[in-house]
Design a protein around this ligand. Sequence first.
Ligand code: SAM
Length: 248
Amino acid sequence: MTFRVDVLTLFPGLIEHYASDTILARAAQRGVWELHTHDLRDATDDAHRTVDDTPFGGGAGMVLRAEPIVRTVEAIANLPRPLIAVTPSGTPFTQTTARRLAQGSGFSLLCGRYEGFDQRALDLVVDDEVSLGDFVLAGGELAALCITEAVVRLLPGALGNDSSVEEESFSEGLLEYPHYTKPAEFRGLVVPDVLRSGDHGKVERWRRAQALRRTKERRPDLFAQHVLTKEDEKALREFPGDEVQNEG
Ligand code: SAM
């Protein structure tokens, strides 16, 4: 069964446009996943296709009405669950969430605009609420695209080389080690000798040490959760210094 992602939005064109290129498009062409977009305005009855209204209790801005959302959901046959609303009030989206979603057969995303959703829409039809981070976007479409891309690239056959998702950031609760490509020297910065040594074991230990050190410096919250193994300690002892030698 093809993995299915449904996006409920006021701007289906934004979602379709992004998904029509690069990895999302290639993966869809290969039959790895399929995208279904739904315009919330199609579930309105009035001439202006109104989806928002003023908030009870007063205050600035408009609120997305519950009815078009609930009607849209009810009109979709076989809507993939969970249906996730994207909102700054949701649980933070992480690589762990992406991996969990990639294990299923699909999911759906509800994009907000204005001040957000009438709470009753969330109560009636939404399974989960997810945030992209501690900042406020103008609408949920970018969040929906980020989530979709993070999940679809994990699906078998989505990337040319499936092993490339196994060693990347967060795959083991650590940030990734630094990468280098040709030339060996650029503007006085030289690629670490170890990467050109041909010693695969040494390269692996160097990368592990860099990943550990980088995570400790940049994401102490992640590092605090990591239990150092004997191999980790060995790698850190073997490579205590900086990775880039400046010979300029
Ligand atoms: N009044 C809301 C609040 O303070 O939480 C912000 C609403 S925001 C202007 C409009 C829509 O953008 C939200 O309903 C949500 O769908 C989306 N959005 C904004 N920031 C987001 C984030 N960090 N993560 C996920 N979605 C976000």
